[in-house]
Design a protein around this ligand. Sequence first.
Ligand code: SAM
Length: 278
Amino acid sequence: MQKSFDTNQKKLYIVSTPIGNLSDMTYRAVDVLNMVDVILAEDTRNSGVLLKHYHIETSMLSYHEFNKNEKENMILSMLHEGKNIALISDAGTPGISDPGYEIIKSAIDNGFDVIPIPGASAILAALVSSGLIIQPFTFIGFLPRKSSEAKSLLSTYTNRKETLVIYESPLRIDKTNRMLHEILGNRNVSYARELTKKFETIYRLNLEQAIHQTFDQRGEYVIVIEGNFQEEHFEISIFDHVKQYIDMGYDEKDAMKQVAKDRKITKSEVYKVFKIEH
Ligand code: SAM
């Protein structure tokens, strides 16, 4: 088979692996994991199952949240020696709510090539199956453990229009739902559970319903939340709104155009009100 990578040395490959279903592995990912000199794995026992399934015999080194800093120099030395290295995580794409960022940044800063080998990630699978607006979206990842910190983070998104994506453990799902409802109000939401696995379930409901729903405490969840589409309430009159832009340096025509855009009304509506009060 023709290899889809070149064999120049000194590369760090960021290789996506399945998020449950072992068949979600790309041909290229298998090629790269076979070709590299060493695989950095978050949990070597867990990744051992994947490597065995694909008859990959490359040796693994552990690289996880708690040893990532002490391993950095050793990994950079291996790249300096001309070794090819692949980074994988327990599931999905490394660096996405998984270790990876630090070594990726450090490899780039030291002049090494960092090559992504795309594949599974729970974010996109959950987002595209949610039925909610796909873009723009913001990936929040895991919320902070402390409620006060989680609430304060969520409140920065209250007025944002984009779809939000959150990773959550099933043990915290009920508490998180109450918090989402309290901070964001009622919105459409989708819960993608156990994607690509036997008990894959996608619940599409709203947060009002979600706080009364019993969610299975087993499996993994991605929560996708609709953006804020409430009509914006303007405290100032149309006349003062136009004046505000004029004071900022807009000419009258552009100021009216901008106000129409902000308030999602036609330019002639703005013109009528502005000229009457002028
Ligand atoms: N790196 C992974 C990725 O690219 O999606 C994410 C790793 S993060 C430690 C694990 C979280 O991802 C889970 O708590 C869950 O929110 C989400 N997740 C991973 N696999 C999933 C799956 N099969 N179904 C639903 N959510 C999943």
